[in-house]
Design a protein around this ligand. Structure first.
Ligand code: ATP
Ligand code: MG
Length: 137
């Protein structure tokens, strides 16, 4: 059993898609074991995406993450990290497979509705960035 970290991004909360996105996780065998809806602070958004600091889209990415509430979640299941990436689909919705969250809901590369951890180390680090152990049940 594995855990991964997920964010439902502002473009999706704005369009009231939270439930439809959670349904994709649950109906594909992932369990929501922690969840909170928050507005990120600038420090949190910049820290979370620090790995992309030098990329040309960093400013746009941070502004997008601050543009509305997000839903932070821990998802648990067999191969949760890879499974969540599959359920999300490609970063650019134009390249995402049918049935994926990004194919169905994402507006663009920037406003692509969800984040999901990409490896065990980043999953552990991202979960710890936002959740205490006792908030995960
Ligand atoms: P995430 O980390 O959010 O799960 P990802 O791993 O598929 O997405 P990354 O390459 O890690 O994609 O990029 C992080 C995020 O930065 C993307 O989800 C997207 O919102 C944004 N992003 C990436 N490339 C671009 C771009 N060329 N223009 C605008 N935004 C971008
Ligand atoms: Mg990524």
């Amino acid at each position: 059993i594995e855990r991964t970290f997920s964010i439902i991004k502002p473009d999706a909360t704005e369009r009231n898609l939270t439930g439809k996105i959670i349904d994709k996780f649950e109906s594909n065998g992932l369990r929501v074991v922690a969840s909170k809806r928050v507005k990120l602070t600038r420090d949190q958004a910049e820290g979370f995406y620090a790995v992309h600091k030098e990329r040309p889209f960093f400013g746009e990415l941070v502004e997008m993450m601050l543009s509305g509430p997000v839903v932070l979640q821990v998802l648990e299941g067999e191969n949760a990290i890879a499974k969540n990436r599959e359920i999300m689909g490609a970063t650019n919705p134009a390249n995402a497979e049918a049935g994926t969250i990004r194919k169905e809901f994402a507006k663009s590369m920037g406003e692509n509705s969800v984040h999901g951890s990409d490896a065990p180390e980043t999953a552990a680090q991202e979960i710890k960035y936002f959740f205490k152990d006792e908030e995960i049940v």
